[in-house]
Design a protein around this ligand. Structure first.
Ligand code: CO
Length: 213
């Protein structure tokens, strides 16, 4: 099956449906995109950015990787961030993790899976940092708490990123958010690590550097 006809049929139906309700939709989008949001989420197939927040094509710029990480040496993520902030001038950057994340689970189980082990090493480092709190939990609660801590940590990384610091220095409105999505209820929760200035990012950094007990 080289052509995947079902997907092309879905695509034609989707395009037809949108054009029926808004004949100019695609022509308008083809001219430019002006999304207000950058979404950095997990690659998990169950957490599609647009659907989860009810946004149309053109409304959210998206970067996804395993376990929604923002690493200072990941030029893929940093390039998306730079383009979104400097060129598209998004006003919000959202890191959205999800409970039951397979990446976080793999990091905690430590079972060798290949190349991904290196990617998840950062989640393991974070686990060791928060070991007293996380190890006091068992089963799914342990994984879910690590999913939350992982999102909070990535928002901290964003706050330190040169692109974000520069936008704040120039006085541009830019807000960082840390959210987590529940696979079992389809609902988002705000983890209370939002930052809208360098001072707030510094305060978050201090908070995150202390291991939780
Ligand atoms: Co995941």
């Amino acid at each position: 099956m080289r052509m995947l006809p079902k997907l092309f049929e879905n695509n034609r139906n989707w395009s037809r449906k949108i054009t029926a309700s808004d004949p100019e939709f695609f022509a308008r989008l083809a001219r430019q995109q002006a999304p207000e949001y950058l979404w950095i989420g997990c690659s998990d197939s169950r957490v599609p950015a647009n659907q989860v927040v009810g946004l149309l094509p053109g409304e959210v710029f998206v970067h996804r990787n395993v376990a929604n990480q923002v690493l200072h040496t990941d030029f893929n993520c940093l390039t998306v961030l730079q383009y979104a902030v400097d060129v598209l001038r998004v006003k919000h950057v959202i890191v959205c993790g999800h409970y039951g994340c397979g990446g976080v689970r793999a990091a905690l189980e430590g079972r060798p899976l290949g190349l991904i082990d290196h990617w998840l090493r950062h989640v393991q480092d974070l686990w060791h940092h928060h070991a007293p709190e996380v190890n006091a939990l068992a089963g799914e609660a342990r994984i879910d708490r690590m999913c939350e801590l992982n999102v909070m940590e990535q928002v901290g990384h964003l706050g330190r990123a040169g692109v974000v610091q520069e936008a704040w220095r120039l006085g541009r409105p830019l807000h960082l958010h840390g959210w987590i999505y529940g696979l079992s209820d389809g609902l988002l929760r705000d983890l209370g690590v939002g930052c809208s200035s360098a001072a707030e990012a510094d305060a978050l950094q201090v908070r995150l550097s202390r291991p939780t007990h």
